[in-house]
Ligand binder design. Sequence first.
Ligand SMILES: [Zn+2]
Length: 255
Amino acid sequence: MTISASGRLMNLYRMGGYIFQTNTSIIDMTRKKFILLSASGALFAIFCLFFIIRFGHWAKRAYHYAQMDHADVYIQAGHEGRTRGSTGASSAYGREIDWTPIVADEATRVLRAAGYEVIRAPADHYKRSKVDLALSIHFDGSVNPCNTGASIGYDDPTDKPAADAWKALYDQYFPYKWMPDNFTRNLSHYYNYHYTITRDAELLLELGDISCKKQANWLKPRLKNIGGLLAYFAAERVDGNTKGVPEPKAAMAQP
Ligand SMILES: [Zn+2]
């Protein structure tokens, strides 16, 4: 059978179309694969990036945790070590910066003697501490002497049970007035709360008004005993009992 010229041309056209179509589908396949591969590659890269960022975050946290100081109790003497800036209240009866270390040292000594681990910090100790209880010791002062008294500062409602416990204990001895918790911004926004990570509480304790003659005269001979009372309080908060740390009842009650 002979094929006519027009028939040959038709066949050539069909063949060309076939080749063209085949080539198009190969190109299409490659493009699809390419897009698919790129998409999965990008997803994998995003996953890797996410993992690296997460891992970096975990590593950083682990590092900071390892860098943190750990102990049972943290005791800070307010203003201690400062020569300028906030150096504390003072009056004719005494200076806060001299009194806070006496209280803090005695509380630390008693607690350590009973086997507790204590971080004893001055005013500026820019390192995080992970403890059960953190206490910052201060004495208040006022322009109008005797306008203030004892008070407690904290930054979180979870600190309140410990604050209430200290108030109930110190109030048995301290015969002057109490100001409400967090009655100043200094009390509720104390800079050092940032450095103490506590299980129980972080408290700023104003132990009395140093500018008030009556209060100062009551406080001054009892500074060490107040330290002992703080140790008793801390042991109770940390352990739920105070074995080994006696309450300095007689010493606090003496006239
Ligand atoms: Zn102070």
